[in-house]
Design a protein around this ligand. Structure first.
Ligand code: COI
Length: 354
């Protein structure tokens, strides 16, 4: 059974919005007045409920805390100058959420709960969408197992929730990146293509080590030869070599099929660049840099949008870039933001009205 009869909605008595300065919002620190919650039990999803944002109570034996059956998504909503609210490509995130669920042996979330739930929730808290360039309302759907048992097996109960957070840029300045040769993020046959919580938890040690060396993030490489590029921090990554944009292929299952990645591929093609999705090794990157053919490297992601890389260190070799002279990454970002913020035609129908 699915919750076709609609959601139960309980509105917050008071809004917290007055206590928050929407002109100064670090990523993911403030949450809106409402949240959505739906529970899965006895093989079916119960009616979803939108209610005031509040803490939840979980049992110490809650399975997700022990074995990590937990997945999430990241989506953004924008307000146009005319005051209309649009969400960027949420169906793509809905599909990816259920791909993650399948790999983690979790139940699929019905489209009615995910899509209608996030539209209703965003509409209800639309005053929280910052009306400022490069700002948006970050939407975080997530699901975790809730069986109260510490045997290792797929849970029989799950909780799905959506929370919202007004947000500005994730990385405020061009990044310094350390190509990581010891720790790996993903391996063929693993879960690299999913958005499961463990992928992020297991990245933190390598990232902290890179930060201790003075870098902002790591460049993840393959688990066997430690030379083929996968992702950069929590982002997909693009290299501009000559008139070609190269980004690692998703075919090996080690890379998240980023919604921003897919949008950037389309925009780069619109700009007249050739785009290649394929294996890209550090030897090829180094050679292109030495020949002055490698001009730009940037990360892409929902939270980060487009993040330029000003320095990439691989072994003892340091590649540096004058990001303020770049053409392509700023142009991709401008075109993408113009679509998201309603200044350019949405010719690929990426924006969904809330
Ligand atoms: C996103 O880009 O939405 C992410 O999930 C990255 C990070 C904030 C976890």
């Amino acid at each position: 059974m699915i919750a076709t009869e609609g959601f139960k909605v309980t509105k917050a008595k008071n809004s917290k919005l007055d206590s928050i300065d929407l002109n100064n919002i670090p990523f993911g620190k403030y949450f809106t007045d409402h949240m959505l919650e739906a529970n899965y039990e006895n093989g079916e999803w119960g009616t979803a409920e939108i209610k005031p944002y509040q803490a939840i109570t979980i049992d110490p034996a809650c399975a997700a805390l022990h074995y990590g059956q937990a997945i999430f998504e990241g989506i953004k909503a924008y307000k146009t100058r005319e005051g209309e609210v649009f969400i960027f490509r949420p169906e793509d995130n809905f599909k990816r959420f259920n791909i993650s669920a399948e790999r983690m042996e979790m139940p699929a979330i019905p489209e009615e709960i995910f899509m209608e739930g996030l539209k209703q929730l965003v509409k209800l808290d639309e005053k929280w969408i910052p009306a400022k360039a490069d700002h948006s309302l970050y939407i975080r759907p997530f699901m975790f197992s809730t069986d109260e048992v510490i045997g290792v097996k797929p849970s029989s109960k799950y909780k799905f929730m959506i929370i919202l957070s007004p947000t500005g840029p994730y990385y405020s300045a061009p990044m310094r990146i350390y190509a990581e040769e010891k720790f790996v993020r993903a391996v063929e046959g693993g879960v690299g293509y999913t958005k499961n919580a463990g992928n992020y938890g297991s990245s933190m040690h390598a990232t902290a080590e890179a930060k201790r060396k003075g870098y902002d993030q790591v460049l993840w490489m393959d688990a066997f030869e430690h030379k083929y590029v996968q992702e950069c921090g929590t982002m997909n990554v693009f290299f501009i070599i000559g008139n070609t944009a190269i980004t690692p292929s998703i075919d090996e299952g080690t890379i998240l099929a980023g919604v921003t990645r897919d949008s950037v591929i389309q925009i780069l093609k619109d700009m007249g660049l050739k785009v290649e999705e394929r294996r890209l090794g550090m030897d090829e990157i180094l050679e292109a840099y030495k020949n002055k053919n490698l001009t730009e490297i940037f990360g892409t992601g929902t939270a980060a949008t487009i993040s330029p890389i000003k320095e990439l260190r691989y072994k003892d070799f340091v590649m540096t870039f004058e990001t303020e002279k770049w053409k392509d990454a700023p142009e991709v970002k401008r075109r993408l933001n113009d679509i998201k913020e309603g200044r350019a035609e949405d010719k690929y129908h990426w924006m969904v009205k809330a």
